[in-house]
Design a protein around this ligand. Structure first.
Ligand code: ADP
Ligand code: MG
Length: 699
C-alpha cells in the first residue's frame, strides 16, 4: 500500500512521461494510488445481448445489441440535420440516429461489418430508435463478457489514447498487480458490524467486478470509508474546540426567565419548544462555549425559543444580541420582542444601517454601560464600533449561510466568546447538517404550534388566472389578506421592477379602490417606506400585498391566508417553501398558489410537483439536495472540504448516519486515535488531513 501512495503514475507500465502529464493535469492523477481511486462512474453488462424485436420491453433501459448496418442516410436540413443508420439483427431492424459528429461516424458505419451497439432505445410514434449509441466493431471489442467499467475521460485524455477503454487498460493492470498488497485500515469490529469487504478486495472489485453484487459491495466499503474519515475529521475538530473554548456559565435560570415564563408567556410552549429550551439551558450552564444550530420549519416558533435563551443570559448578568439578515426582519423582531418584554425590566434596542448617526451615539453608550439588555439588528452588529459591556449570547436568525468567518468576528466582542445560537428555517437535509455542521450541536423543533391547518398548495397556468382572481376575491370577502409575490431577477433590476409594476397595475384594475386597498413593497424603496407599507398590511388596513421576495423571511401576518407566487418556476425550492410559510400562521385554511407559464423545464416541474405534494420542509430539503447537489446548497467553498468521491450525501443517508455513529464510538473509546487497533485509521487520517487545505478554523 505504502508504495502505491508514493509512486508517481509515470511508473505504471503503459503510462510514461507524456500520458503522466496529461493524467495529472486533466484528472488529478499524480500517484498510482490516485489512479486506483479513479472510480468508474458506471458499468455495462457485456454478457447479454437484447434482440431488436424485444426492444419495447426495455423502455428506459440501456441495452446492448449485436448486428450489422444495412443502410446509412443523411436526412433533414440545418439544425434538424441528422445521420440515420438502419441496424439489423436476426430478429428485426432499428434506426440509429446521430445529430452531431455525423461525418466521423459515417466513415465508421461500414455495411456488412459485425457491430456491438449500446444505448437507450426511445419510441418515436410507432417506431423505435437509439440516439447517439456507442458503436464498436466486434473485432475490437475488449470485453466480450462480464461487467465493463466506464471511466470519465476528456478530450485531451482521449487524444493520448485514454478514452474510457484506454483508462480501463491501466486500471485493470494496476488493480491486478495491487491485489493482496493493500493493507486494511479499519478495525475488525467495524468490518464485522457493517459486513464490509476488505480494503484490498474493494479496490480490486471496484475496477474488475464479476457480478453486480461485487460492485455493490466494493462501493459500499469505499463509500463507508470516505464518510467515516469525513466524520472523524469533523468530530476531532469539534472536540479540539470544546477543550479549548471555555464559555460563560449561565448558572441560574434567573429571575427574568422565571417571571416571563410564569406570568407573561403568551401561549404554552409546544413539546418540541420545551425540549429545545431544555437542551439550550443545559448547554448554557456548563461553562463551555455553546455553538448550536436550531432547525425548525417556518412558523415553528423559533423566536420564542431565542427570547427564552436570551433571558437566561440577562438573568445571569449578560447582554444578548439577535441578528437578522434583513432590515425588515430586524424591525419585526424588535417589535415582537419589545412588546413581550414590556412588563419586564428588560431594555430592548434596535440597530440597523438606517439608524441615524446621532442616535447611534446614545445607543452605543447605553450598550457599553450595560443599560441595553437585548440588541436586535442586522449585520451592522458585527462592526467593531459596536461594543458591549458584557455580551453573553448571540442569536443569528434565518441565515444558514452565515459563515464561519463572520461567527469568528463575534468572538472579539467580549473576553470570552459569547454563546452562539443559529436559527434556520430552511431545513437542511439531515445528512448535510451532519456533515457541514459537524462542528455545531443541532436542536430541532419538529412540531408546529397547535391549531395550524395545513396549507393547500395548487399549481395554475397563466390561462387560469381568472380562477385565481376569484379565489382572491372570495378570501378577501371572508376578511382575509393576500400576498402576491414576484421573482427577483438577479441580472436585471429594471426588468424586475417592470414585471412587478405591470402586475401591480393589472391587480389594481381587477381590485379597484375603494373596495380594495393594495400595499406594494420592493427592493428599490427606502427602508422607511417599506416599513410603512408592511405596517399597513400587518395592521389589516390593506387587503393585498404586492411584493418582490423581500418578504421572504420573517414577516408574520396571521390573517393572511393566500400566497400567490408569480412565475414560480423561477424560484428555488427552499425559497418557495419559505414564501409559503408566510401563510397558514393563523387558524384559517390557507392557500399557496403557484403560477407558471406553459413551458416548464424538467427541474421546474419537479419543484412545483414537490411543493404541491408536501408541506414537510425536510422532505423538500431532500428533493432540493437531489436536484442541486450539496455544492450548490452550501456554497462551493464549504463543499470543497468534503473529499467525497463515491459517496453521495443525497442518496447515501443511511451510510452517513452509520459513519457518524461509528466515528463517535471510535472517538469515545479513543479520543486521540492512539490505540494499537486504530493505527491504520490514524495513518490514513493524517494522510488525508495533510492533503487538505486548512479550510477553516471553526468558531
Ligand atoms: P419561526 O420559527 O418561523 O421564526 P415564529 O417564531 O415567527 O416562527 O412563530 C410563528 C408564530 O407562531 C408567531 O405568531 C408566534 O407568536 C406563534 N407561536 C410560537 N410559539 C407558539 C406556541 N407554542 N403556541 C402558539 N403559537 C406560537
Ligand atoms: Mg422566524
Amino acid at each position: 500500500m505504502e508504495h502505491f501512495n508514493i509512486t508517481p503514475i509515470e511508473y505504471l507500465k503503459g503510462v510514461g512521461t507524456e500520458r503522466g502529464k496529461i493524467l495529472r493535469s486533466e484528472a488529478g492523477i499524480d500517484k498510482m494510488w490516485d489512479l486506483l481511486n479513479y472510480f468508474p462512474f458506471r458499468y455495462v453488462n457485456r454478457s447479454n445481448y437484447a434482440r431488436i424485436v424485444d426492444i419495447p420491453g426495455y423502455e428506459g433501459q440501456s441495452i446492448q445489441l449485436k448486428g450489422t448496418i444495412t443502410g446509412v442516410r443523411e436526412i433533414g436540413t440545418g439544425r434538424g440535420k441528422r445521420l440515420q443508420a438502419t441496424f439489423q439483427d436476426s430478429s428485426g431492424t432499428i434506426d440509429l440516429v446521430w445529430f452531431k459528429g455525423a461525418k466521423w461516424i459515417k466513415d465508421k458505419l461500414k455495411p456488412g461489418v459485425l457491430f456491438r451497439v449500446y444505448g437507450k432505445p426511445a419510441r418515436f410514434g410507432p417506431k423505435w430508435n437509439i440516439a447517439h449509441p456507442e458503436i464498436t466493431p466486434f473485432e475490437q471489442v475488449a470485453h466480450e463478457k462480464g461487467l465493463q467499467p466506464i471511466y470519465n475521460s476528456t478530450e485531451k485524455l482521449t487524444k493520448k489514447g485514454l478514452h474510457s477503454n484506454g483508462i480501463e487498460k491501466l486500471t485493470y493492470q494496476l488493480a491486478t498487480s495491487s491485489r493482496g498488497k493493500i493493507t486494511e485500515i479499519l478495525p475488525q469490529e467495524i468490518i464485522d458490524e457493517y459486513r464490509l469487504i476488505s480494503r484490498d478486495e474493494a479496490y480490486h472489485l471496484i475496477h474488475i467486478p464479476k457480478t453486480a453484487e461485487d460492485i455493490q459491495k466494493a462501493q459500499m466499503r469505499i463509500k463507508f470509508e470516505e464518510l467515516l474519515f469525513l466524520q472523524l475529521e469533523l468530530l476531532l475538530r469539534k472536540n479540539a474546540n470544546i477543550e479549548k473554548s471555555e464559555g460563560f456559565a449561565f448558572g441560574q435560570t434567573g429571575k427574568y426567565f422565571d417571571e416571563f415564563y410564569k406570568n407573561h408567556i403568551p401561549f404554552e410552549l409546544t413539546d418540541a419548544q420545551k425540549r429545545v429550551v431544555k437542551e439550550i439551558r443545559k448547554d448554557l450552564r456548563k461553562g463551555v462555549h455553546m455553538n448550536r444550530l436550531l432547525q425548525g420549519d417556518v412558523g415553528s416558533g423559533k423566536t420564542l425559543v431565542a427570547l427564552l435563551s436570551m433571558l437566561f443570559g440577562i438573568g445571569n448578568g449578560y447582554q444578548s444580541a439577535l441578528m437578522a439578515p434583513t432590515e425588515i426582519l430586524a424591525q419585526q423582531h424588535f417589535k415582537t420582542i419589545e412588546e413581550l418584554m414590556a412588563p419586564l425590566d428588560v431594555k430592548v434596542a434596535l440597530l440597523t444601517g438606517s439608524v441615524k448617526k446621532k442616535d447611534r451615539v446614545g445607543l452605543f453608550q447605553e450598550l457599553e454601560s450595560g443599560d441595553i439588555d437585548i440588541l436586535i439588528g442586522t449585520h451592522a452588529l458585527l462592526e467593531p464600533t459596536v461594543k458591549f459591556k458584557n455580551l453573553g449570547l448571540v442569536v443569528i436568525d434565518e441565515q444558514h449561510r452565515f459563515g464561519v468567518a463572520q461567527r469568528a468576528r463575534l468572538w472579539k466582542k467580549n473576553t470570552k466568546p459569547p454563546h452562539i445560537l443559529i436559527m434556520t428555517a430552511t431545513p437542511i437535509p439531515r445528512t448535510l447538517a451532519m456533515t457541514f455542521y459537524g462542528d455545531l450541536d443541532v436542536s430541532v423543533i419538529d412540531e408546529l404550534p397547535p391549531g395550524r391547518k395545513p396549507i393547500n398548495t395548487m399549481h395554475f397556468f397563466e390561462k387560469s388566472r381568472l380562477r385565481v382572481f376569484d379565489l382572491i376575491k372570495n378570501e378577501i370577502g371572508l376578511g382575509r389578506q393576500v400576498y402576491i409575490v414576484y421573482p427577483l431577477i438577479q441580472e436585471s433590476e429594471t426588468m424586475d421592477y417592470k414585471n412587478l409594476m405591470e402586475g401591480y397595475e393589472a391587480i389594481s384594475r381587477t381590485f379597484p379602490r375603494p373596495n380594495y386597498q393594495i400595499s406594494i413593497v420592493h427592493g428599490q424603496m427606502k427602508p422607511d417606506d417599506k416599513a410603512f407599507e408592511m405596517d399597513q398590511f400587518a395592521a389589516g388596513n390593506t387587503h393585498i400585498m404586492v411584493a418582490t421576495t423581500v418578504i421572504e423571511v420573517g414577516v408574520n401576518v396571521p390573517n393572511a391566508s393566500v400566497m400567490i407566487i408569480e412565475s414560480s418556476e423561477r424560484f428555488g425550492l427552499s425559497q418557495l417553501h419559505q414564501l409559503r410559510g408566510r401563510v397558514g400562521r393563523g387558524a384559517e385554511k390557507s392557500y399557496c398558489i403557484l403560477m407558471t407559464g406553459e413551458k416548464l423545464s424538467q427541474e421546474g416541474k419537479k419543484r412545483i410537483q414537490t411543493m404541491v405534494s408536501t408541506n414537510d420542509g425536510f422532505k423538500i430539503a431532500e428533493v432540493d439536495l437531489e436536484i442541486r447537489g450539496p455544492g450548490d446548497i452550501m456554497g462551493t467553498q464549504q463543499s470543497g472540504i468534503m473529499n467525497l468521491n463515491l459517496a453521495d450525501l443525497a442518496k447515501d443517508g443511511q451510510l452517513v448516519s452509520a459513519a457518524r455513529d461509528t466515528a463517535r464510538a471510535i472517538l469515545k473509546e479513543d479520543p486521540k486515535v492512539r490505540l494499537g487497533k486504530h493505527r491504520g485509521l490514524r495513518t490514513e487520517l493524517k494522510r488525508q488531513l495533510k492533503a487538505k487545505p486548512n479550510w477553516s478554523k471553526i468558531s
